[in-house]
Ligand binder design. Structure first.
Ligand SMILES: [Zn+2]
Length: 417
């Protein structure tokens, strides 16, 4: 299983300048390549016969432009306008071309329906003012971790890293990230040993009903209180935002205020992620099986509950649950989005029709059981999860069409410390 391990990096002022140059070179190569392929795409020259194109699969940038790297990196370095490209390792810039290619492919595939899920916009030009800057160093760049535990990146130097844990295996690449609040991170992709994290089996399973008044209600009747970090931090955020809007555009004071706003946002996100890690850790450790709902977060986020929905961050919680159960050899199932978890009586299975949100308690007309709305939903999620699990255990497990692609497209979970 692939995981991302992320550590804080503390660059010196000189290293910050050199890192900014690497980010800049990467950006220039990206933009140069994009400005070249955009007109080409518009005139449709390279695409040829549309029928042929469909038969041969989606349009790819790299195989059609074997010399793109040569033109945009090697040759460009010799010209006075692009002489500064010498400040970045070649591999980082080549990686940029591959990233751009992947972005085009994702866009093309989502247009033709090869890629499921939300539509992917075409790649955009990058700007110095973008929120996040990043550069990926691959093996060919010969980056390393020194004997004094520093991260040696070519053209930047030996960076001090706050190692908070050991890497489970040798990483294949490292990405240096500068986030919107001005913090630097080293992000390693590592292959984890599937056997290392498997826990001895236990019994017990848990159904989780996610909600707004309480973050989650579990099938055993206990609940996780809603932390509402964002609401609490909102006052502070508003103040920072006001300060920012008073600063003159383009001034360095405005930049400083912008970073303060970004920091306030980052603190909220960090606290939320910690909260999710703690609870998913506990739930997947104590139970052999964990069941959750599939939430239509996108749909809910459009309603007037939007702020609370984003605040809760359910999608992240469910994603953590999923990868932790897989990693630990536990079972996991997501109950279908249309499963009426709040309408069924968990005691007798009677389907009682939809109930408005303000109804917190109801009794089953069939068996007279008094239900707490959310607890009942948690029990239903558990029952349905058990059913799904039993069904998948008896059915032959053949991954459906596109299963491998979906696996690839799934985000690599980040273990940030
Ligand atoms: Zn009943």
């Amino acid at each position: 299983m692939q995981l991302r391990y992320q550590f804080r990096v503390c660059p010196t002022p000189g290293q910050r300048i050199r890192a900014a140059r690497v980010f800049g070179c990467r950006r220039v190569v990206w933009n140069d390549a994009l400005s070249r392929i955009k007109p080409v795409k518009a005139s449709n020259k390279l695409l040829g016969n549309p029928k042929k194109r469909l038969a041969h699969g989606p349009y790819r940038l790299v195989p059609k432009h074997p010399n793109l790297a040569k033109t945009l990196i090697t040759e460009a370095k010799k010209t006075p306008e692009r002489a500064f490209l010498i400040d970045a390792p070649v591999g980082v810039m080549q990686q940029t071309l591959r990233d751009l290619d992947a972005a085009w492919k994702a866009h093309e595939d989502s247009k033709t329906g090869r890629r499921k899920g939300p539509k992917v916009a075409p790649p955009k030009f990058k700007s110095r003012k973008d929120n996040q800057q990043a550069a990926r160093f691959t093996r060919s760049d010969r980056w390393s971790i020194t004997e004094t535990s520093k991260l040696r990146l070519p053209k930047i130097g030996d960076l001090k890293v706050k190692w908070t844990r050991d890497l489970p295996s040798a990483p294949s690449s490292v990405t240096l990230i500068k986030d919107r609040s001005g913090r630097y991170w080293a992000s390693f992709v590592v292959e984890t040993d599937p056997a290392a994290d498997i826990l001895p089996p236990t019994d017990g399973d848990q159904g989780i009903d996610l909600g707004l008044t309480r973050f989650a209600v579990l099938a055993d009747g206990s609940h996780i209180a809603s932390p509402k970090y964002l609401r609490r931090a909102e006052k502070k955020l508003k103040k920072r935002q006001r300060e920012l809007s008073r600063k003159k555009k383009g001034s360095s004071n405005r930049d400083k205020a912008r970073i303060k706003v970004a920091r306030a946002h980052a603190n909220v996100a960090d606290a939320r992620r910690n909260f999710h890690h703690q609870w998913t850790h506990k739930l997947t450790r104590e139970n052999q099986a964990v069941f959750t709902e599939t939430l239509n977060v996108r749909g809910l986020a459009r309603t007037r509950l939007a702020k609370s929905v984003h605040d809760a961050g359910w999608a992240q919680f469910v994603m953590f649950c999923e990868y932790k159960t897989i990693r630990r050899g536990r079972d996991f199932a997501k109950v279908d989005r249309h499963f009426p978890s709040s309408q069924i009586c968990s005691a007798c299975g009677h389907l009682d029709g939809p109930k408005p949100l303000h109804i917190r308690q109801w009794s089953c007309p069939n068996c007279d059981t008094l239900h707490d709305r959310d607890w009942n939903a948690g029990k239903n999620v558990r029952n349905e999860g058990r059913r799904i699990l039993a069904a998948s255990a008896t059915a032959p497990s053949t991954p459906g069409p596109g299963a491998r692609r979906r696996q690839r497209q799934r985000q690599t979970p980040v273990e940030r410390t």
